[in-house]
Write a protein that binds this ligand. Structure first.
Ligand SMILES: *Cc1c(COP(=O)(O)O)cnc(C)c1O
Length: 424
């Protein structure tokens, strides 16, 4: 094995030297390959399909451009994400606007921009949209976010009848849903397309999606039979698992796609549903594995029970371990050929005891100035990054076919002060 870690053919030492650390490095070939795989496998002969990139996982203009190039639609959940998408020249008619509390201003911005579809999260939002939509020239497509009562996380999924989620409306609140849909149907400028559901994140069980589709299909059938409400579109959401550590065996993307397509085809036939289009919304599964964060190792210390290794970033560039004990794998990037014998706790430099990136992992002996590469940091790392302790956000580098280029500059101290008002 070579001594130096390479990412898409470029040495970690070279990347660190050129761009500094901490550094978010993305293998662009890997991102594009995931996009293609989703696009090519999520196809049916019975209905139209669309893969929407859930941009919150990693939302910068370059990602939006890649989504556009690969013929994906786009999910946004805020005015900022919408602005990013529009700035990158994304076709607004292929943007889906999510969120449980879109502000009046965000709604106005989206209407002005001609955003294709609003995913309505609650009744108040729906009523507000009906009022506003009449003031705009274009027809506005809406879908309703529902909770099918299927909740999935990692290796488990449960089916419940009661739902107190902050997102969406429970399918068991039938009267509420019917009233809302009737309100949409009586608003000339609004087109009701159907339903959206998103059942969780980092889901490993294909059956969770089959169950979701089954429950939704039955619900749609009931609405049609009892109230004559026709559902044309059906958005199954995202949440497809990725490989963070060897404990994770995610469903291969082609299989995820085929499972969902097969389930939708089966239910469409079973209930004779007038389904015209099915969507999915992968976020993490498109970008997570393509990302690696490169740190410089600083001081190390031994305590009675631990060997601490400190890196020059931490919860400021990756808050997931502190937020929900997310697990990661890593290597000393310039000692790939050495045996891993030392149980190590990889901790960041932030002033929180919880600022631990990896609780315990075997690493080779290393010294200050060595490089540490944490894998699978492409999703929800940069997008959840922050300025805690006034750390500057790292640069983002994309490597494609052996060539690296900077897509987001490293922040400077001056960036930290930008926006502060001078006294007087
Ligand atoms: C977060 C989210 C996604 C993407 O989830 P991943 O786990 O990143 O695939 C898709 N749809 C909705 C509505 C979401 O909230």
């Amino acid at each position: 094995m070579e001594k130096m870690l390479k990412i898409q053919g470029v040495g970690a030492d070279e990347l660190a030297k050129t761009y500094g650390t901490p550094l978010y490095i993305y293998d662009q070939n890997a991102i594009e390959s995931k996009m293609r795989t989703f696009h090519d496998h999520f196809q049916s002969e019975l209905f139209e399909t669309e893969v929407l990139y859930a941009s919150k996982a990693f939302c910068i203009k370059e990602m939006v451009r890649l989504a556009k190039q690969h013929d994906l639609g786009l999910d946004v959940v805020s005015g900022g994400e919408l602005f990013t998408a529009l700035s990158a020249g994304f076709d607004p008619s292929r943007i889906y606007f999510h969120g449980n509390n879109k502000s009046f201003q965000e709604i106005e911005e989206a209407l002005q921009a001609g955003v294709g579809t609003f995913i309505v999260d609650n009744v108040m939002e729906g009523a507000y949209l009906c009022e506003k939509a009449n003031l705009h020239p274009d027809q506005l497509h809406v879908m309703i976010r529902v909770n099918p009562g299927v909740e999935a996380h990692t290796h488990e999924y449960i089916v419940t009848a009661h739902d107190d989620s902050k997102f969406g409306i429970s399918i068991h609140e039938e009267e509420t849903l019917v009233e809302l849909i009737q309100q949409f149907q009586s608003t000339p400028s609004i087109v009701f397309d159907g339903f959206h559901a998103h059942i969780g994140s980092q889901i490993f069980e294909p059956q969770a999606f089959e169950t979701e589709v089954e429950v939704l299909a039955q619900f749609i059938y009931e609405l049609q039979k009892r109230y004559g409400i026709e559902t044309k579109c059906f958005d199954v959401g995202g949440g497809f698992a990725v490989h963070y550590t060897d404990a994770d065996a995610p469903i291969p993307i082609p299989q995820v796609c085929e499972t969902i397509i097969a389930a939708c085809e089966k239910q469409k036939n079973k209930y004779q549903l007038p389904l015209q289009k099915v969507m999915i919304e992968p976020g993490r599964s498109i970008v997570a594995e393509a990302g690696t964060t490169l740190y410089t190792i600083g001081f190390q210390k031994k305590t009675p029970h631990r060997n601490y290794l400190f890196v020059d970033g931490g919860m400021s560039d990756n808050i997931r371990p502190a937020l929900y004990q997310a697990a990661y794998d890593c290597d000393v990037a310039n000692r790939m050929d050495e045996t891993k014998t030392i149980p190590t706790c990889v901790a960041g430099k932030c002033c929180e005891s919880g600022d631990v990136l990896i609780d315990e992992i075997l690493l080779p002996a290393s010294q200050a100035g060595d490089l540490l590469a944490v894998y699978t940091t492409g999703a929800y790392g940069f997008s959840m990054s922050n300025h805690y302790n006034r750390l500057c956000r790292p640069a983002v580098v994309f490597v494609k076919d052996g060539t690296a280029r900077c897509v987001v500059k490293r922040e400077t101290y001056a960036d930290l002060l930008r926006g502060e008002c001078e006294e007087g």
